[in-house]
Write a protein that binds this ligand. Structure first.
Ligand code: UD1
Length: 418
C-alpha cells in the first residue's frame, strides 16, 4: 500500500485546475442505466469512479474511458444484481439501486455495511422506494427489490435531506407512472447536476424555489452528453492547504457560488479571497486566525466534507475553534491523528474544540477516511519536520493527482510503496 512522505514547512504558491466532482459523477454513472448511450465529460480519475464503472460492466453495460471522458452503452443489460465485493468497494454504490429498479423492475444488492463515518443507514431510501411501489425483502445480507405492478409516482417527504436518498428517488421516479414530488430533498449542487443530466436525456424534472423536486414520469430517456460540475470539496481542500502554509493559490475551473458557505470561514481566518466567475485566488496571512465556530449543515450550509481539512487548518490558528458536526456521527476520526502531531483537539460526541498551537510537528500518521486523509496531508504540509501518511488509498477515492498538484504548488513530498 502506498503512503505519502511530506516534508513540512513550505509555503504553497501556484495554480491548480479542479477536476470534475466525484459526488456528481457517481449518481450520473448510475443514471446511464436509464439511457441508451451516454457520454460524460470532465470525469475525474478516481478509484470510486473505477468502482462505479465496474458495477456498470457487471450489469452488462459497455464502458469506455479515455482521459476524462466516459462513454456508457446500456442497451443490453445482463444482470440486475450488485454482488457483495462491488458493494463493499464503495458505500455510495447504493445509488445504483433506484436506477436498476427503474430499468429492470427488480434489483438484488448486498446490504451496504457500516463505514468509517458511522452506521450510515439507508432507511430513507428504502421507505421512499416502497412509496413508489417497490417490494423490499432482506435475504441473507442481500436486499431483494421487486416491482409487483409498476413504479408509480408518489408524494415523498424526507425526514432529513439525504443526498443519496434524493438521488435514488430521482432515478427511480423519472420513468415511473405519474408525478413524484420530493419534499425536503437535498439541495446540493450534485443533485442539480444529476437533474441536469436527466433533463437533457428527456426527463421532466423541476426544482422549485424552496428546493422541492417535481418529477413527471416519461416512458423513456434518450442518449445524452454531459459535462460534470467541478468538485467543490477538492477546491476547498486546496484552499485549506494553501491557507495552512501561509501561501497563495489560484484555483481554475471552479464554480465559486457552490462554495459560498466556505468563503466566510476563510475570511474570518484572515485569508484574502478574490473570486471571479470560474477562478478563486486565496492569499493566506502568515498565521491563520481561528474561525470561532464551524457547523456542518446540509447545502447551502457548510459541507461536512470540508470539515476535516478546516480542522487541520484550525490546529495551527491563533485562538480556538468549535466544530459542530450535524451530518455524520463519527466524522472526527482525524482528530486522534492530528493530536499525534501536537494538535490540541477535544472531541465530545458531535462537538470538537480545537485550541490552535503555533506549530505542528511531523509524525507517522494513518489516513482514517477520505477527507480525514486529506486533512492529515494538509496538516503535514505545515508541520515542522517529516510526516508519513499511510493508507492513502482512502485519499485516492476522491482526489485525482493530489500529490502531483501539491508538488506543483511547491510541496516537498513523495508517494512511495509501504
Ligand atoms: C453524500 C456524499 C458525501 C457527503 C454526504 C453529506 C456522495 C457519494 N457522498 O453521502 O460525500 O458527506 O452526502 O453531504 O454523494 N441517513 C439516514 N438514513 C438514510 C440516508 C441517510 O439516516 O436513509 C443519514 C446518514 O447516516 C447521515 C446523513 O443522513 O448521517 C446524511 O447522509 P446522506 O446525505 O444520505 O449522505 P450520503 O448520500 O451517504
Amino acid at each position: 500500500m502506498a503512503k505519502y512522505i511530506v516534508e513540512g514547512g513550505r509555503r504553497l504558491d501556484g495554480e491548480v485546475e479542479i477536476h470534475g466532482a466525484k459526488n456528481a459523477v457517481l449518481p450520473i454513472l448510475a443514471a446511464t442505466l436509464l439511457v441508451g448511450k451516454s457520454t460524460i465529460l470532465n470525469c475525474p480519475s478516481l478509484s470510486d469512479v473505477a468502482a462505479a464503472c465496474a458495477i456498470l460492466e457487471h450489469l452488462g453495460a459497455r464502458v469506455t474511458k479515455e482521459a476524462d471522458r466516459i462513454e456508457v452503452l446500456t442497451d443490453q443489460l445482463t444482470s440486475s444484481t450488485i454482488p457483495e465485493h462491488l458493494m463493499r468497494e464503495m458505500r455510495s454504490s447504493v445509488v445504483f439501486l433506484g436506477a436498476i429498479i427503474a430499468r429492470c423492475g427488480k434489483a438484488r444488492v448486498s446490504m451496504p455495511g457500516g463505514c468509517e463515518l458511522g452506521p450510515r443507514p439507508i432507511d430513507l431510501h428504502l421507505s421512499a422506494f416502497e412509496k413508489l411501489g417497490v417490494k423490499i425483502e432482506e435475504d441473507h445480507g442481500y436486499l431483494e427489490c421487486t416491482v409487483p405492478d409498476k413504479l408509480r409516482g408518489a408524494n415523498i417527504t424526507l425526514d432529513f435531506p439525504s443526498v443519496g436518498a434524493t438521488e435514488n428517488i430521482m432515478l427511480a421516479a423519472c420513468t415511473a407512472l405519474g408525478e413524484t414530488v420530493i419534499h425536503n430533498p437535498a439541495r446540493e449542487p450534485e443533485i442539480v447536476d444529476l437533474a441536469a443530466f436527466l433533463q437533457k436525456a428527456g426527463a421532466k424534472i423541476e426544482i422549485g424555489e424552496n428546493g422541492t423536486i417535481y418529477i413527471q414520469g416519461v416512458p423513456d430517456l434518450v442518449g445524452v452528453e454531459h459535462r460534470v460540475i467541478p468538485d467543490r470539496i477538492e477546491a476547498a481542500t486546496y484552499l485549506c492547504c494553501a491557507a495552512i502554509t501561509g501561501g497563495r493559490v489560484v484555483l481554475r475551473e471552479v464554480i465559486p457560488s457552490h462554495m459560498n458557505a466556505i468563503f466566510p470561514i476563510l475570511e474570518e481566518a484572515g485569508c484574502g479571497l478574490a473570486i471571479k466567475p470560474d477562478t478563486i485566488v486565496l492569499h493566506a496571512p502568515k498565521r491563520i486566525l481561528a474561525p470561532k465556530m464551524i457547523r456542518t449543515m446540509p447545502y447551502p450550509g457548510f459541507p461536512t466534507d470540508a470539515q476535516s481539512p478546516l480542522m487541520a487548518v484550525s490546529c495551527v490558528a491563533e485562538g480556538s475553534t468549535i466544530f459542530i458536526e450535524n451530518i455524520f456521527e463519527n466524522r472526527y476520526k482525524q482528530a486522534g491523528e492530528l493530536a499525534r502531531m501536537g494538535a490540541k483537539v477535544k472531541v465530545e460526541g458531535r462537538v470538537a474544540v480545537v485550541e490552535g498551537v503555533p506549530k505542528l510537528h511531523g509524525a507517522e500518521l494513518v489516513s482514517t477516511d477520505l477527507r480525514g486523509g486529506a486533512a492529515l496531508t494538509c496538516a503535514a504540509l505545515s508541520a515542522e519536520g517529516v510526516s508519513q501518511i499511510k493508507d492513502i488509498y482512502h485519499i485516492e477515492r476522491g482526489y485525482q493527482d493530489f500529490d502531483k498538484n501539491l508538488k506543483s504548488l511547491g510541496a516537498i513530498m513523495e508517494t512511495v510503496d509501504d
